[in-house]
Design a protein around this ligand. Sequence first.
Ligand code: MSP
Length: 652
Amino acid sequence: MCEKCKGNFYITTPIYYPSAKLHIGHAYCTVATDTMARYKRLQGYNVMFLTGTDEHGQKIEDKAKAAGVTPKQFVDNIVEGPGGVKDLWKLMNISYDRFIRTTDDYHVAAIQKIFKKMYDNGDIYKGVYKGKYCKPCESFWTESQLKDGKCPDCGGEVQDAEEEAYFFRLSKYADRVRDLLENTDFLEPRSRVNEMINNFIKPGLEDLCVSRTSFTWGIPVDFDPGHVVYVWIDALFNYMTALGFENDRYDDLEAFWPADVHFVGKEIVRFHSIIWPAMLMSLNLPLPKKVYGHGWLLLDGGKMSKSKGNVVDPYVLAEHFGVDALRFFLLRTFPFGSDGNFSNEALINTINVDLANDLGNLVSRTVAMAQKYFGERLPAAQTADEEKDAELIAMVSSLRDKYEEQMEKFAFQNALAEVFKVISRANKYIDENAPWVLAKSEESKPRLARVLYNLLETIRVCGGLLTPFMPDTAAEIAKRLGGARMDWDSLTGFGVLPADVATVAGPALFPRIDMDKELAALEELNKPAVPALEIQPYAEEKVDFDTFCKSDLRAVKVKDCQSVKKSEKLLMFTLDDGTGTDRQILSGIAKYYKPEELVGKTLVAITNLPPRKMMGKQSNGMLLSAVHTEKGEEKLNLVILSDDIPAGAKLC
Ligand code: MSP
């Protein structure tokens, strides 16, 4: 630890499944973790912020198979590829210190050692697994845990599963885990404790199946080939292997374990607050200090998924609204511990009210007035007015403590509310002191200078405290205040800026958004994309070879082609089929071809279909064409053969 540091601080996000591109709900937790990490760094802590990807399991194996690539190629693309997990974190300005992939060699080897240790100490044993398995969640359930016979997490179908497997003696740790949950602050918010006790502990903790034999994309149990380690065991230990537990890749365990906090979404609290501490107890390892189970970002009251369209695509949202506005919105609008309904209206509203009106205006007005009345620098000769300044100064001076109190509880929304109370007060202070009136006489100029100085100091302190939420905006604010200090120690009140502070003008930090126009633009984006190219589904039913061979396909030459009166669809062909007698075929392709352009072409006809009458004319067969859909429009191309092929040649 560095000498000046306040201490070490270790914070983690869940490691993400790279089974599909991430949506804004995934970004929620990572933005919150990043904000907390930046806040701790601002306070002077030596921070380790870990994130990563959880890359094993049947779901990934299946998806890779469907995509025709190996599981490793599949995850590599989603993690490292364009628009993938790492790109998204870069876009969202996520300042992680370490990124773990559970396919990293050091992690794989460490998990094998950990599994063996628990086997050797008797907490992992071999048995037969009989139960229910939810494939999308990669979770095993007992009958009693199912909700109406379905997976209690996702509500999906579960399947019977029976196989030889290893088990972890979770039941052995039930009392200790219960005590941890009920009698300490290990799990927060408190409502999550009740969920865990009622849903899992009270019904009784059963031993947990921790290996699988029905698929191979996992970490092999090295002493029993054929078994792979259950993906959650593999995943949870990432928090320690990434520090060097059971491997030589890193050496940070002593500094950073136990973790200060694991931020996790509510549906994975069970794994983090029951299974994870039980396994650590089995290995006599220190437990993390805290698990915080945050709420979900919902869409129209339901679960969010990328299939719901562009409204939840972080790339689209960041492009439209800016990364800082998006980060700010996520933490300003929803209490971290509860669910929140995501909507574009709410997003635009927050940007307009808090960022454009309150913060943006305060900065623009103050800097513009400072420059208009005094040029680049404020004059050092200033007149305070204790009565008029007292409230603003008091609010700014106590702001850091109030903000800190909320941040320590992970109450991001409340911390921001404190900052915005001060921003509103400062806007009111402008109106109360009417700088434009003070500017009218030379006599009141020293007072005017002090009013502007007070405003600049308020902006500095608020900007500093907003740094963890909106790093780029805070840096821009510091620039406008002539490169102002915004370190933690400087955020306790006035008197940090020099009296003759220089200001720098710039464009509006957050231009006001036209709600109707923007919503319409997003609506347009959200229309289901028309697939560029669509081919007809392949037939399921098989045709035996002999049946296929019964179709008599022949090369035919177009001698004449005419439109059919009163029909918009039909063209009538006179064809040379090599027999010496002309063959007449009617085909519904008038939309695609002009009759004259087909004369002389060599086409393919099925010749042994029963004759059919169309618009009073007989058709003796059918012409073959290729059909597909492009941008929603059906396209048709006749199969045209080389002219060298003689009429009557059989296709087989
Ligand atoms: N791989 C596991 C975590 C293993 S940690 C040892 C996993 N991955 S995940 O990609 O499915 O989810 C990662 C995180 O994103 C979870 O905390 C989950 O709760 C969170 N979110 C996914 N959708 C979300 C919302 N709509 N809203 C908020 N968080 C959401 O679970």
